[in-house]
Design a protein around this ligand. Structure first.
Ligand SMILES: *Cc1c(COP(=O)(O)O)cnc(C)c1O
Length: 429
């Protein structure tokens, strides 16, 4: 019998009052099978479920956590902020300091507006681009995920990919009439109706698909040719692949950038910013309206500032070496087991495709063997390593994952891959 606080008992209760038992579809175990573990607490690289089982965690809140769970400096910053009040409806010094910190790290961001999620950031950036240009069309790439706003949900990756959905019910044809979906890593020919092109500069919601050499620069050139704005969605890559984000590593300057995840240190935050003349469109300066009761929330800005304050050059060097160590272990594990798998790495991000060709766009990413992913996921979970319960998410090795932790993941990956049947599924060698 499951006790009241078992994963199964909680999931049974959850499914009665929460759709699918989860507050975000990517947390469901639908595509891997089984019941989600319910987290009771987390520390550093580890999470513990309500039954006391410990997992070495590579989910890390889908990239919101970079210093590990419950980092003492971040916890203290949140505690200190909380005693001074949790929301005011008036500006604060911390909002100014974090805006300055973002702008200093990412020079294309001359001005920035804080919001409460990555979804809000992308929705707002697109609205600003339309307001600034006076044009309707928004170009997005198939398999790129920009949150769950109506106009950006078409052929989005992430949970939609895991569920095999092309878009969402409840989004009218009118809402996406001005959204044009094009192929990743191919520069579309734009027209003068185009307000903006929004892109993940490293695609990390259809597994990990790097931008090919020259793609982002050519996109910049094409946007300039027709006067469209280029928006980099750096909700995952911002402050994760480098302090200056993917725009720094790619050497390409967007007009607008969206942030989320890392900049809130695990609290609710998002931000969008860019060229000052474009951001001057935003109310109360300009005619593009965007607002939020909890925008710039004092707990989120405190956690975000503590997070950004600990991200120096050494931190990014460490992140890259750990990510490569992890990728190396995984590649060896699958090679030794005779299982066809590609383990791409971009800076601190690591992906996993079951198949023998590295994907470059959404159709090739969807060729990953999801049955095989489910098998590997459960082999790893049963040995104490938590991956995301869907084949289109990436791994987030962070600063709390020691070399020993990564080596433990490697040993468990070897055992897991060896326990898989190399001849099963379409992805065999
Ligand atoms: C997570 C994500 C979003 C949405 O952020 P939320 O905070 O979940 O609303 C947007 N863009 C990208 C690239 C993301 O990975």
């Amino acid at each position: 019998m499951a006790s009241d606080r078992s994963n199964d008992a909680l999931f049974a209760r959850a499914t009665r009052v929460i759709p699918g038992g989860v507050n975000s579809p990517v947390r469901a175990f639908g595509s891997v099978g089984g019941t989600p573990y319910f987290v009771a607490r987390a520390q550093g690289a580890y999470v513990w479920d309500v039954e006391g089982t410990r997992y070495l965690d590579l989910v890390q809140s889908y990239g919101a956590i970079i210093h590990g769970h419950a980092h003492p400096v971040i916890v203290e910053a949140i505690q200190k902020a909380a005693v001074d009040g949790t929301s005011y409806g008036a500006p604060t010094e911390a909002e100014v300091v974090i805006a300055e910190a973002i702008s200093a790290a990412v020079p294309s961001v001359e001005m920035v507006r804080l919001v409460a999620s990555g979804t809000e950031a992308t929705m707002s950036a697109v609205r600003v681009a339309r307001g600034y240009t006076g044009r309707p069309t928004v170009v997005k790439f198939a398999g790129n995920y920009h949150g769950h706003g109506d106009l950006l949900l078409a052929e989005a990756g992430s949970g939609l990919a895991a569920l095999g959905l092309p878009g969402s019910a409840g989004v009218t044809a009118a809402a996406v009439a001005d959204t044009r979906v094009v192929s990743y890593n191919q520069v579309p020919e734009l027209d003068t109706d185009t307000a903006c092109v929004i892109v993940e500069p490293v695609a990390a919601n259809m597994g990990l698909v790097p931008a090919q050499a020259g793609f982002l620069q050519a996109l910049r050139t094409e946007c300039d040719r027709v006067g469209a704005l280029l928006i980099f969605d750096e909700v995952i890559t911002g402050f994760r692949v480098a302090r200056g984000g993917a725009q720094h590593t790619a050497g390409v300057t967007p007009d607008l950038t969206t942030f989320g995840k890392v900049i809130g240190g695990g609290l609710n935050i998002g931000a969008y910013g860019g060229r000052a003349d474009v951001m001057h469109q935003v109310a109360p300066l300009g005619p593009v309206y965007q607002a939020g009761t909890l925008s710039g929330n004092p707990l989120a800005t405190a956690a975000g500032l503590a997070t950004l304050g600990m991200l120096d050059d050494a931190a990014y060097e460490l992140l890259r070496t750990r990510a490569e160590r992890l990728a190396g272990h995984l590649r060896a594990a699958f090679a030794d087991a005779g299982i066809a798998a590609i383990v791409p790495r971009v800076d601190s991000l690591v992906g996993l495709f079951f198949g023998d060709e590295a994907p470059t766009d959404y159709p090739s990413a969807q060729r990953t063997d999801s049955v095989r992913y489910a098998e590997f996921f459960h082999q790893m979970l049963s040995r104490g390593v938590a991956l995301a319960p869907g084949p289109y998410e990436v791994m987030f090795p962070g600063l709390a994952h020691s070399d020993d932790d990564i080596d433990e993941v490697g040993a468990i990956a070897h055992a897991s891959a060896a326990a898989m049947d190399p001849s099963s599924g379409p992805g065999h060698l």
